[in-house]
Ligand binder design. Sequence first.
Ligand code: TZP
Ligand code: MG
Length: 207
Amino acid sequence: MKDFRLYAITGEQFHPGRDLIDVMEQAILGGVDIIQLRDKTGSRDEVLAKAQALRALTRKHNVAFIVNDYIDIAMESDADGVHLGQGDLSLAEARKIVGDKMIGISTHAIEEALLAEAQGADYIGVGPVFPTKTKVDVVDPVTVNYVRQVSEQIRIPFVAIGGIKLHNVDEVIAAGATRICAVSEIVGSSNVKETCEAFLRKLERGK
Ligand code: TZP
Ligand code: MG
């Protein structure tokens, strides 16, 4: 797996009137090294079309591309991987379909993290660290304590997510996170590229 530091997830509700591909390209130019398509509202055809466009963009810039939920679309668009929640297809089932593509699993407690690691996840999501309105079915914030727990007990890559902003990311880094994911703070920014650069400066300093 190609490692990553700054993970951006699409959230088109945060940039009305601005093109998805333009926004994500600005994020890549700002240093994002992995992009996830997360679309909970579009039809399958719409999601597939976006996946194909993002695949072309990420290939042009040599950035990893992940599809949330739709394992079939991940395969059809030749994404680098799929991201699954606790309620989605099991890791074993997903692995049969995707082969050596990446599988990321959202986790909210150390038991889930340890299980995902044991079952062969390539990386785990750790969150929501802080309250967020971006995810509707969101569980209570796991807090930076869970980030610290994961950083001490888990050996596969993990990415902190949920309510992470430039003003609070230092706390997350101090708890042991070396990979950060944000939706609204990145794609809702009036200067997407600069926001990503600022996140990366903080990650660099936290090393
Ligand atoms: N999974 C856990 S929190 C979250 C997802 C997809 C949403 C994060 O969005 P934001 O805007 O960075 O809080
Ligand atoms: Mg899901």
